[in-house]
Design a binder for this molecule. Structure first.
Ligand SMILES: [Zn+2]
Ligand SMILES: [Zn+2]
Length: 218
């Protein structure tokens, strides 16, 4: 729940065992969807290790209602999926007002089951070719998943790329040279590991939406 004077709203925070996270804003009754500004959300998620990890969620928009949304989706890195999480929304805009709030989320699923499901999903995403994601890409990426490669690296999430900077194809934030992945023979640069998951899924499921790497520039 988060408040603005007399008004308060709610959110439903859902974490799937695959690492997919969904946020649904709800109205004062906590039952009806609340339409809010379509905005990228950067959450800070802190697991039992005490290391806060920034996680990016993007708004799911509908063509009929551009600029607003009732759902945000993103992915958690493996180290932010287990056990008890402190989740902080640093800036959440609802009808022009900015909110900041935090809560604790406890996983209903045991750590072992969660990590097993997460690894299965990583294998499914990264070690099977489909669409624009090729066998040669899997080899060029070292035959491992993005989580296996980048698990220990904390992203910066710079929201203000300068003209000429490479931007993450998923979030539009400034891309970091450390987070690179080969897709369709082209080397892409991202803002964090979960965005690589998203992009490879896009290349497999909706390959027409993938542009050449050098097009993702501010
Ligand atoms: Zn990104
Ligand atoms: Zn990111």
């Amino acid at each position: 729940m988060f408040k603005a004077g007399a008004t308060h709203y709610h959110i439903e925070f859902v974490v799937e065992t695959t690492g997919r996270v969904r946020v649904y804003p709800l109205d004062e009754s906590a039952t009806r969807p609340l339409s809010v500004d379509a905005q990228p959300l950067v959450l800070s998620v802190e697991g039992p290790s005490g290391d806060p990890t920034p996680v990016m969620l993007r708004p799911v928009t509908e063509e009929e209602l551009p600029g607003t949304t009732t759902q945000f989706v993103g992915r958690l890195p493996a180290r932010a999926i287990v056990g008890r999480l402190a989740v902080r929304f640093n800036e959440f805009k609802v009808r022009g007002e900015r909110y900041r709030f935090e809560f604790v989320w406890n996983s209903p699923v045991g750590e072992e089951a969660l990590l097993a499901a997460y690894s299965d999903e990583q294998r499914r995403i990264f070690l099977t070719p489909s669409g624009k994601y090729l066998d040669s890409d899997i080899r060029d990426n070292g035959g491992i998943s993005a989580n296996a490669k980048f698990a220990t690296i904390t992203p910066t999430h710079d929201h203000s790329p300068q003209p000429g900077d490479r931007v993450c194809p998923v979030s539009g934030f400034k891309a970091e040279a450390v987070f690179t992945w080969v897709v369709g023979g082209d080397r892409y640069t991202f803002c964090c590991q979960p965005c690589i998951d998203e992009f490879v899924l896009l290349a497999k499921e909706r390959p027409d939406e993938v542009r050449p790497a050098d097009r993702y520039v501010r």
